[in-house]
Design a protein around this ligand. Structure first.
Ligand SMILES: C[S@@+](CC[C@H](N)C(=O)[O-])C[C@H]1O[C@@H](n2cnc3c(N)ncnc32)[C@H](O)[C@@H]1O
Length: 360
């Protein structure tokens, strides 16, 4: 027999409201995915004036009734604006986040892969029982494109002019001609950006996701860049010969099943005077600090279950660091354990990432 619960009616109402605002967020996130996928935001931005749903639907050859209900969701959620004549528009900030892939604040990447991310819910009960998760390829091709669209806008604005110059001597070395490896390169955006800027250097990207490598190969062919290549490290591993002058890892160490062994492999590959640019998710040392100081902590822990920690647990002995499991202190200790002796946090502002210069 279930136990009777005594509740405070006001608190009950507030708690239910709190729970259902999460469902509202999830459903509105789905609508943002559709807005991006159907080109609704780009059409609104392109029009430059507020549009009726008839005008918006006609511009994209969509059915007006569906566009209207979508627009009502978006306006009710204050994602888009609605005037007294029910004409819809984007604020400049909404245009940046929703419809401007060249803007560093562009945010459609995670929404791009939302269906694939949420579809893993069906696999999760089994993972909770066995302990074994799924790597990035489980999110399919759209998963790789979503990651690419998440990180490239910021990188395109800041990697070359801000991040590389913050490292000691790296820009000069790249200009003179260096050997570079980007490990966990995803769709290869950072490799292609750097390879285009430093033609005397050679760049090798490594990733275990076939979808990401396929995407990188397509982009490489389109780019005309001649000094870059992409590899699956299980077939073509990074050599342990201290020959790589510059190593980069962007948002991937926390996703790896064996991050400590990876750091040891990086230490064996790097030249004695080389540099490792370690970019990873900003995190505090404890859950309590993350929960108190990071307003995005619920999102981060949820994405961890569905994506990052799942990847990091995709082998039975996976370390499972997870999205917020790789704080500066953890990274510093693990780098020291791998044999790196210098570790410097860079003064670079980013909404989710921290930047470190790590050296032998
Ligand atoms: C969040 S994505 C980041 C991709 C890319 N660095 C970027 O910034 O767009 C993490 C990537 O790490 C890759 N990865 C995970 N474990 C790996 C390993 N052991 N070796 C190489 N790549 C790995 C995944 O396949 C995935 O593409």
């Amino acid at each position: 027999m279930s136990q009777a619960i005594t509740t405070d009616p006001d608190k009950l109402k507030m708690f239910s409201f709190q729970v259902f605002t999460k469902l509202e967020g999830a459903v509105t996130a789905g609508m943002i995915h559709l807005g991006d996928r159907l080109g609704l935001y780009e059409a609104m931005k392109g029009a430059g004036v507020p549009l009726t749903t008839h005008q918006l639907a006609a511009a994209l050859q969509l059915h007006e009734r569906w566009v209207r209900e979508w627009a009502y969701n978006q306006a009710a959620a204050r994602i888009i604006e609605c005037d007294a004549e029910e004409r819809f528009s984007l604020s400049p900030e909404a245009a940046a986040v929703l419809a401007s892939p060249e803007h560093p604040a562009y945010g459609m990447g995670m929404f791009h892969r939302l269906p694939q991310t949420m579809a893993t819910l069906d696999d999760m009960p089994e993972s909770f029982r066995t302990g074994v998760g799924y790597n990035y390829d489980s999110h399919g091709c759209a998963g790789a494109i979503g990651i690419e669209r998440s990180f490239e806008p910021w990188n395109k604005s800041f990697l070359l002019p801000v991040v590389l110059p913050a490292l000691d001597g790296v820009v000069q070395r790249l200009a003179d001609g260096a050997r570079v490896a980007d490990v966990g390169c995803g769709a290869g955006g950072a490799v292609l950006l750097m390879a285009g800027a430093f033609p005397k250097s050679t760049f090798a990207g490594y990733d275990i996701s076939q979808h990401a490598l396929d995407r990188a190969a397509t982009k490489l062919a389109e780019s005309g860049v001649a000094n870059a290549s992409f590899h699956d490290p299980r077939i073509d591993p990074l050599e342990s010969d201290h020959s790589v002058d510059f190593i980069t890892t962007f948002d991937c160490i926390h996703d790896m099943t064996h991050p400590q062994q990876m750091m040891e492999a990086l230490r064996a590959a790097i030249a004695p005077d080389g540099t490792w640019l370690l970019v990873d998710i900003k995190a505090h040392d404890t859950f309590m600090e993350n929960a108190r100081k990071n307003p995005m902590a619920p999102l981060m822990y949820g994405i961890s279950v569905l994506s990052c920690m799942s990847s990091a647990m995709s082998a039975p002995d996976g370390a499972g660091l997870g999205t917020l499991g790789f704080s500066e202190n953890t990274a510093r200790q693990m780098a020291a354990n791998a044999g790196f002796t210098r570790f410097r946090k860079l003064d670079i502002e980013h909404s989710v990432n921290a930047f470190y210069e790590v050296r032998p």
